[in-house]
Design a protein around this ligand. Structure first.
Ligand SMILES: Nc1nc2c(c(=O)[nH]1)N[C@H]1C(S)=C(S)[C@@H](COP(=O)(O)O)O[C@H]1N2
Ligand SMILES: [Mo]
Length: 526
């Protein structure tokens, strides 16, 4: 860093104080930092120009976003698993950060090489453009224009390279290679930063946020019962506020689907294909239901689950109108960015509250939870049912089509497994001796929770008190008062669903159809 500052500083502060000071320096060992910076400036200009172009084309067409999305789709299961386990909900940030760091280092190296052989610089930019364009074009939602941001970016980077790294003038001492225009590098870096910021802002969520604000949801024709919760400190709330609702998806850039452009197509093996606009959807008879959604990737003790009031059109009615052909046993739901889930047709139509949802806890769906339309099917993990940014429902068969995660070897069927979790006390916490609240949540959507038991130090099981039940599709809070004695103790929980099946103790990881095992915490009472 200091070397870089020292390299640039003379031009900045002393450029005009002595004759010849504004003549670019000859490249040598000393010139590497500035050459590296020139490389970074070219890459920066390329990415900034691409970002600007992507604001006009589609945010997902920007090269970094497209390459990132291609990486997300391509990473093998164990790597993805590791990333989620290690970085959790920050996995996307880590991926973008890694791509940024790789680009930064590569740009610096190319900068140094390009000063010796300019062709290396142009080649690297062409490569950047080609890889970006290829990644963008192969996105499921891409159109032909998606290549433009990468191409425009590479072209802009090439112009900046041509301006910054030039042949020495005749008056200058002959050197091998080229000289770098130092002040130009600073200008280019600043310009790229500004242009990138503008592109980022233009391609941001402003327009879609405003469109969401403008949506007025109609009153439901039928409102399901409202659950109440237990009030225990440290216990998960019965209803999860939208801002706290877990988020899991493959989208590096959130799909932006404007309600005015929205069309839902019911296609495939149906007698009557259907097309609905967002307004059509709101005119249908909407119902509101409390349903708990959970993720197959949730580990024992994990919190990839939430409970919300969903407003939506019954999916079964829509399917009945379309008329599935016999043998069309899979409902493939597709998002605006090409992600797919496959749900058994029978489950969608068996009378449960499968919804084409437009509202979440009294608001239009938040952008990250699928605005303007998503699917919710009680009893199934999200990856086989809860398609966000839903644009198509295609009747197919399990024999004919594998959805996104099924192609990556997750189970084609994803009924939720019974799950229970201790929310309080927290692991390794010190608690006072005497009566202590042990509490948490348990879920077995669409079967319902029948009872929850807690035990201490592998002693006898104790029956926990359950929050009042409103139906089988939501989680249930539970609590048990423990008379804590001094020392270190292990608390364990297990739930039994309404079909009488108790959670198995056997610990299995989430892959391929959901984790099993009892959650336990170790605490010290004193
Ligand atoms: N379009 C799209 N929808 C998706 C996904 C996705 O990657 N893309 N992930 C699914 C998974 S795995 C889960 S668990 C739920 C999570 O929904 P949430 O983010 O609203 O909690 O969304 C589902 N819907
Ligand atoms: Mo999930």
């Amino acid at each position: 860093m200091f070397r870089i500052v020292r390299e640039i500083a003379p031009d900045l502060f002393r450029a005009r104080t002595h004759p010849g000071a504004d003549r670019p320096r000859i490249q040598g060992m000393n010139g590497k930092p500035i050459a590296a910076l020139a490389g970074i400036a070219c890459a920066g200009a390329a990415l900034a120009a691409a970002q600007l172009a992507a604001a006009a084309v589609a945010p997902g067409s920007a090269p970094v976003a497209a390459v990132g999305a291609a990486v997300v789709d391509a990473v093998p299961e164990p790597v993805k698993d590791f990333a989620i386990r290690t970085f959790g909900v920050h996995d996307k940030l880590v991926l973008l950060g890694t791509i940024g760091a790789v680009l930064l280092v590569a740009a610096a190296v190319v900068g140094v090489l390009a000063v010796r052989r300019i062709a290396i610089g142009y080649t690297a930019l062409a490569l950047l453009g080609a890889v970006g364009a290829w990644a963008a074009l192969t996105r499921p939602a891409a159109g032909a224009t998606w290549a433009l941001p990468s191409i425009a970016g590479a072209a802009c980077g090439a112009v900046v390279l041509w301006l910054l790294v030039r042949r020495p003038a005749a008056a200058e001492p002959p050197v091998p290679g080229r000289v770098v225009d130092r002040r130009g590098v600073l200008f280019a870096l600043t310009g790229a930063g500004l242009a990138g910021a503008v592109g980022w802002r233009l391609g941001g969520t402003g327009e879609i946020d405003a469109a969401r604000e403008a949506v007025r949801l109609p009153e439901p024709v039928s409102v399901g019962p409202a659950g109440t919760g237990l009030d225990v400190e440290g216990l998960t709330r019965y209803l999860t506020p939208n801002a706290d609702f877990y988020r899991v998806d493959t989208a590096l850039v959130l799909p932006r689907v404007l309600p005015e452009d929205y069309v839902l197509r019911v296609t495939g093996r149906v007698a009557n294909p259907i097309e609905l606009t967002f307004a059509d959807l709101l005119e249908r008879e909407l119902v509101e239901r409390e349903i708990t959604l959970s993720c197959v990737s949730n580990e024992v003790g994990g919190n990839l689950a939430g409970n919300a009031r969903w407003l939506g059109a019954p999916l079964a009615d829509l399917l009945a109108e379309a008329g599935p052909e016999s043998g069309a046993d899979q409902v493939v739901s597709r998002s605006a960015d090409g992600w797919t889930a496959g749900t058994p047709t029978e489950i969608c139509m068996d009378g449960r509250d499968a919804l084409v949802a437009v509202g979440m806890n009294g608001e239009p769906l938040p952008l990250e939870h699928g605005f303007p339309v998503r699917m919710i099917v009680p009893g199934l993990y999200g990856y086989v049912s809860a398609t966000k940014w839903l644009v198509e429902i295609e009747l197919s068969s399990f024999a004919d089509f594998d959805a996104y995660w099924v192609r990556r070897d997750w189970s084609a069927e994803g009924p939720v497994k019974t799950f229970s979790r201790i929310d309080t006390p927290k692991p390794l916490k010190r608690v006072a001796t005497g009566p202590t609240a042990v509490a948490g949540v348990a879920w077995a959507q669409h079967r319902g929770i029948d009872h929850v038991e807690v035990r201490v130090d592998e002693g006898p099981w104790n029956e926990a008190e359950l929050a009042p039940v409103i139906g089988e599709d939501t989680w249930r809070q539970w609590q048990w008062t423990w008379n804590a004695e001094p020392g270190r103790h292990k608390l364990e929980v297990r739930a039994t669903d309404a079909e009488g099946d108790t959670q198995t103790q056997e610990r299995t990881p989430p892959f391929p159809d959901g984790a099993t095992g009892w959650h336990s915490v170790v605490v010290t009472a004193e």
